[in-house]
Design a protein around this ligand. Structure first.
Ligand code: GYE
Length: 305
């Protein structure tokens, strides 16, 4: 402690100040912007010196940032891994340097769980199940053709949201995913993939988007094709950021599963605890809900992100 270089944060890097190296995925979505803001605000509030690094959705940038945090001898490293695989080597380096690592938002698939202290984030499989359950509960009797806009290839929320959804709709043979492709969690990605689907798929009933930004991109594509989102094609998404909730309130999205990005305060608590050598739970799951149109209209005025 205390030997960490100052990174321009607000806390005075005194003897007791914790320095946290944080590697963020990027700035790909409204969720991500809210998550970054929450982490920066909460670090300042907790008096934690934050070294923030944006990986622009590239694993190699995250690995480089983590190595630089190790070199600087930060007190704790936290990161939101863009993809699940390929972290063991750099996590072993952190372990050898005796710098505790906290995973936040997304997890890794490392078999050796001693490589990190804890994982704070949502249950993405459960989110996928909630999305699928809403569709099953609509009670359609005829065939329902779903196109899926997947998140970033290899990312935990893309893998798990696909899995949870597939698991639930397997119980309703009339519901089929007829096409599934990545839109990289971005609005432009969602728009481009949806444009292609509208050409290649003769009969689309439902879009299942792994996040609101891709759903918003899909809405643009559907409207450009002269069809009515929310009516001609129903849309389900995940996140419940403000723009998504507005589209839900406007009837352009039909259902949103919440994924809470405001992880900053809980993350700082965990950082302080692992720094103090305290026992922390191996897994901390965030609490979340779901929204239909009426719930979105009620929630929007006080929505923080
Ligand atoms: O749903 C999406 C973002 O990892 C939970 O990443 C996060 C996801 C979120 O780009 O909007």
């Amino acid at each position: 402690c205390g030997s960490a270089p100052s990174g321009g944060g607000e806390a005075a890097a005194g003897e007791d100040t914790i320095t946290l190296g944080f590697s963020q995925v990027g700035a790909e979505s409204g969720w991500r912007s809210a998550n970054t803001q929450s982490i920066q605000d909460s670090a300042a509030e907790a008096g934690i010196e934050l070294q923030f690094s944006d990986a622009q959705q590239k694993q190699e940038n995250q690995i480089r940032a983590i190595r630089s945090f190790i070199q600087q001898r930060v007190d704790v490293i936290a990161f939101s891994p863009v993809v699940e695989t390929g972290w063991d080597t750099v996590l072993q380096e952190a372990k050898r340097a005796q710098i505790p690592v906290v995973l936040t938002d997304r997890s890794v698939d490392s078999a050796d769980t001693s490589l990190y202290a804890t994982f704070l984030g949502s249950d993405f499989i459960e989110e996928g199940r909630k999305a699928g359950q809403w569709l099953v509960d609509q009670g359609d009797t005829g065939p329902v053709n779903v196109v899926e806009l997947q998140g970033t290839t290899g990312a935990a929320p893309a893998i798990d949201r696909k899995e949870g959804f597939a698991e639930v709709i397997a119980g309703a043979p009339n519901i089929q995913v007829v096409a599934s492709q990545t839109g990289d969690f971005t609005r432009s990605g969602g728009r481009q993939v949806m444009e292609a689907f509208l050409v290649s798929q003769p009969d689309i009933d439902v879009v299942y988007a792994h996040n609101d930004d891709m759903a918003l991109g899909a809405i643009e594509a559907i409207e450009a094709a002269g069809r009515v989102p929310g009516q001609d094609i129903r849309i389900i998404s995940v996140d419940a950021v403000k723009d998504g909730m507005q589209a839900l309130a406007d009837g352009k999205i039909n259902f949103i599963v919440e994924c809470n990005p405001l992880l900053g305060a809980q993350l700082m608590d965990l950082v302080e605890a692992v720094h103090a050598g305290e026992q922390v739970p191996a897994r901390v799951v965030t609490e979340e809900t779901v929204f239909d149109q009426q719930a979105a209209i009620a929630a929007l005025p006080t929505r923080l992100y």
